[in-house]
Design a protein around this ligand. Structure first.
Ligand code: SF4
Length: 933
């Protein structure tokens, strides 16, 4: 690996499961830049829009969101107070010991995260299962990949993705199901684009209810109805059987259970499945033909298969197709589950789930328990399955789990049915939150806050989707008194040991993260994921390695099952014959719309980190419900209208946007918006609506589907306010606005950012209410936005009930608040754009106070940003493509040359390619280029 300059540190991106290598640049005091590591085999130097802005999450303004000191409160009606680490950990050890003694080990629970490092995960698991003796440790990975785990276990024997990223380069057919790879795993999608450029015969099939950016790029898009994947996969097998496209020799030699599956598949003719899935039978036949005959087929799949009450069946039915065609264990072939989180895989390896033991062991197996008791030196490991995520919060609500320790995750934003989760958090006798960020939705409920170090500050390892273990390295110390997660756990565990097993040697005498990892490594010896031949020295000298890498090996294994032997009792893979079952919640007359959830290109999970970077809001500037334009028209709704969305569990208000990528009868919401961004009375963000119904095997909830109704919001009073701010002040003001969630029906507060000019950042606030809210509420908002001073321009129309406040400095608009009826706020849209464009107000002075004034002629709002690296708007790209000559490729190249968009991280390329294709057919226009940003 190439040598680095002084003050440069090799590490791994902390966002998605692609696991890109990064080089952190610093000046010893601060992170000054992040670039892709050209030597890392996951990304070869590429980074997406999220990875390439990591340095911005370490700037002083972003750091104001961080937890710095331990805090405790002794009663719920008191705020938490700063405390010392010793006092806090002593207090926790005493309460945990007393509770365990009084109510048993299962009276406590741990809810951890796929964003923890393997070392953190390992000690949490050992604490719960080894020291305390409870399997009540689960993780937010339950929400994203536990169906992939059970799918692999049910068919291939163990939880091991058999493929590698290099298989993309060797495949002849890519079958992408339930994954918007272009947005959720962007660097992997760059690799797919490159493979298709090299090999024009490479077929790409995408299965997704939505015409996502990934689906737009496909040769065949199967726009199935939500949750019908199993019927599709069985129908594809039906066609393969009929056409004799299956590999009978492979099935006979390496699998078992095919007869049962064949009988089941006979029921799923392409015509029958076409009815269920809402697609054409011919398309199913084409998909089956390409999958079975095009050459090696690689499946890539993610939350669309996993977040389902049929998650295990969906995963296994797709794996069935690979086994039936012998498309596994060969270059370019296999079922490849993509992990959402950076270390969901590491969590699986250490057994950090309520349903597994360390190193892919099974706590229901007495031999496995005995082995772990010996390895850990403990007397007992529970044989009872622990409470999984949904069950854990239900147990907290019932009072069965009294103390809940949450680490590095934000369940008050990310769990389904948030009203229920909030009730559970309120019911807990104690909530401990071990977190890097003090401003998450869950932090409100924490009785004890333990500040944690985060990316750029931690040492350890993570495992990406392709089983590759990479080092995570610290470039800076953590802020304040933040400690590494594994250290805090060990400090607590040693105190707890003094009460639970006094006078015995500690199980947690680890001095370094490497020492923790070495124990984990020893625990894997002899298992399918054996890494006993790996070391941190090897990772240092030879770079990231894939498992298994046993003691006698010198490098990791890129592909599993090449010899056709599987880690099952018989050595054969098993077909799982599971019939199609519909989603848990059918649409009906009361809730006629099928709601799906998804990811945005530039945001990550609950926005704790990406939410600190204004630029990352440029592409999808505010919460919106995407719906088919026909469905909007039938409801008398227009793009941008405020709607009420209601499920059986709760309701929220949100703006609606017309989106023809969505089929009629469906709607889509990004998963990211929590109460901090999309709130108001009784609304806690997107997961106010989602269902906790879960798969009976994987226990993963069906976050991808809920039945809802959508109506025009009956909230005639509206407010739009915005303020330009230096990036360093955004987080603090955004947090302060949370106090305004009370007393208003709808409140949306979102940072604004426009590319590279750091002066064009700010905050956008929207609110609505049944009538004018209390004057005191509006006054508080004005004070927070600095719209209450003597220099503020005021306009009040008491007859109409409308008002305006404008702050102007140096002839530039700095902040504004427009409120009253719907008509009173319409000009806020272009005024906000005017402010962000940096123009002075000389030419619009007479419009500033005119209710309903239209934008001056010739002013084209920049709209959303397509390219965040260079601050290029969608409008600018569209105009440039239209003005260029030639085919789509030539227009794209000309636009990239002119505007530079898509020449850095490339995250905007899939969208730009789609736009170039759609204007290829149109005659070249002499449209004037709109000024970028
Ligand atoms: Fe990070 Fe993007 Fe790479 Fe994922 S694809 S690891 S978010 S840089």
């Amino acid at each position: 690996m190439a040598a680095l300059a002084q003050n440069e540190t090799r590490s791994t991106c902390c966002y998605c499961g692609v696991g890109c290598g990064v080089i952190i640049e610093g000046d010893g005091q601060q992170v000054t830049g992040v670039r892709g590591d050209p030597d890392h085999p996951a990304n070869f130097g590429r980074l997406c829009s999220k990875g390439s802005t990591l340095a911005l999450t370490m700037q002083p303004g972003a750091m104001s969101a961080r937890a710095l000191y331990p805090e405790m409160r002794m009663s719920r009606d008191q705020p938490r107070q700063r405390a010392s680490w010793d006092a806090t950990l002593d207090h926790l050890a005493r309460i945990f010991a007393d509770t365990i003694e009084k109510h048993g080990p299962d009276s406590v629970g741990f809810y951890v995260s796929g964003q923890l490092l393997t070392e953190d995960y390992y000690v949490f698991n050992k604490l719960a299962k080894g020291l305390i003796g409870t399997n009540n440790i689960d993780t937010n990975s339950r929400l994203c990949m536990s169906s992939a785990v059970t799918g692999y276990q049910a068919t291939l024997g163990v939880d091991a993705p058999p493929c590698s990223y290099e298989d993309i380069d060797q495949a002849q057919c890519l079958f992408i199901a339930g994954s918007n790879t272009a947005w959720a795993h962007p660097v992997l999608f760059r690799r797919i684009e490159a493979a298709r450029e090299r090999n024009p015969n490479l077929k790409m099939i995408v299965v997704d209810p939505r015409r996502t950016e990934t689906a737009r790029a496909a040769d065949l898009h199967l726009s199935i109805l939500p949750g019908t994947d199993v019927a599709l996969f069985h129908a594809m097998l039906h066609v393969m059987l009929w056409e004799a496209w299956i590999d009978r020799d492979y099935i006979a030699a390496h699998t078992e259970g095919f007869d049962l599956l064949r009988t089941l598949a006979r029921e799923y003719s392409p015509q029958a499945a076409a009815e269920i899935c809402g697609i054409k039978a011919d398309d199913i036949i084409t998909a089956a033909r390409w999958f079975a005959t095009a050459g090696p087929t690689l499946s890539l799949y993610c939350q669309g298969l996993n977040q389902s009450t049929s998650g295990t069946a969906k995963n296994a039915s797709l794996i069935n197709l690979h086994l039936a065609t012998g498309q596994i264990g060969k270059p370019g072939a296999g079922p490849f589950s993509l992990t959402g989180q950076p270390n969901a895989m590491g969590g699986r390896e250490v057994g950090g789930l309520a349903t597994t033991l360390a190193a892919h062991r099974d706590f229901a197996n007495p031999e496995h328990r005995a082995e772990m008791m010996r390895l850990w030196g403990v007397d007992r490991i529970s044989s009872e399955r622990g409470k999984t995520a949904v069950e854990m919060f239900d147990a907290v609500k019932r009072g069965d789990i009294k103390l809940l320790w949450i680490a590095c995750t934000n369940p008050a934003q990310s769990m389904p049915d948030l009203a229920n989760i909030r009730t559970a958090l309120e019911a807990a006798e104690m909530v401990v939150l071990q977190e890097a960020y003090a401003n998450t939705e869950t932090a409100e409920f924490a009785d004890v806050l333990l500040p944690a170090t985060s990316w750029g500050e931690k040492e350890g390892t993570v495992t990406n989707s392709e089983r590759r273990i990479s080092r995570v390295r610290a470039a800076l110390p953590g802020p304040g008194e933040a400690r590494h997660d594994w250290q805090s756990v060990c400090e607590f565990a040693r105190r707890l040991e003094q009460r639970l097993r006094p006078a015995r040697e500690s199980l947690f005498n680890f001095e370094t993260a490497e020492a923790v990892w070495n124990e984990h490594r020893a625990v894997t010896a002899g298992r399918d994921l054996d890494i006993s031949g790996m070391s941190w020295a090897m990772l240092e000298s030879a770079g990231p390695q894939q498992w298994p890498l046993p003691a006698d090996a010198t490098s990791g294994q890129a592909r599993l099952y090449a010899d056709g032997r599987f880690p099952t009792a018989s050595g054969k893979a098993k077909f799982l014959a599971a019939p199609y079952k519909p989603v848990a919640e059918k649409a009906d007359a009361r809730h006629p719309i099928r709601l799906t959830t998804g990811r945005l290109r530039d945001q990550w999970h609950a926005l704790s980190r990406t939410g600190t970077v204004a630029r990352l809001f440029g592409h999808a500037p505010e919460p919106a419900l995407a719906m088919n334009p026909g469905d909007l028209a039938r409801r008398g709704l227009a793009d941008g209208d405020l709607v009420s969305v209601q499920s059986k569990r709760g309701a929220l208000h949100i703006r609606v946007e017309a989106d023809d990528s969505i089929r009629s009868g469906q709607a889509s919401l990004p998963m990211h918006w929590g109460a901090r961004y999309l709130g108001g009375q009784h609304s806690f963000g997107v997961n106010t609506l989602t269902t906790p119904a879960f798969d009976s095997l994987s226990r993963q909830p069906e976050l991808k589907h809920a039945a809802v109704r959508v109506d025009a919001a009956a909230l005639p009073w509206r407010l739009v306010a915005f303020v330009a701010l230096p990036p360093g002040e955004l987080v603090a003001l955004h947090d302060a606005l949370r106090a305004l969630q009370v007393g208003i029906a709808w409140l949306s507060a979102v940072p604004m950012g426009r590319g590279t000019d750091r002066r064009d950042t700010g905050l956008l606030v929207r609110a609505a209410h049944a009538g004018a809210p209390a004057a005191e509420w509006v006054d508080r908002l004005d004070r927070l936005l600095d719209l209450a001073g003597a220099d503020v321009i005021r306009y009040d129309d008491t007859r109409r009930g409308s008002a305006r406040r404008l702050r102007i400095a140096d002839n530039h608009l700095i902040a504004a608040r427009l409120s009253g009826g719907v008509d009173a706020v319409v000009s806020a849209e272009w005024l906000r754009d005017w402010m962000l464009s940096g123009r002075d107000v000389t030419t619009i002075r007479r419009l500033l106070l005119a209710p309903g004034a239209a934008a001056p002629a010739g002013f084209v709002p920049a709209g959303r940003m397509l390219c965040n690296c260079f601050g290029v708007s969608e409008e600018a790209v569209r105009a440039s493509l239209a003005a260029a000559m030639g085919d789509a490729g030539q227009r794209l190249a000309a636009t990239q040359a002119t505007l530079k968009c898509g020449t850095h991280c490339g995250s905007c390329l899939p969208e730009m390619r789609g736009m170039a294709k759609s204007c290829e057919a149109a005659p070249s226009a002499s449209t004037q280029l709109v000024e970028a940003a």
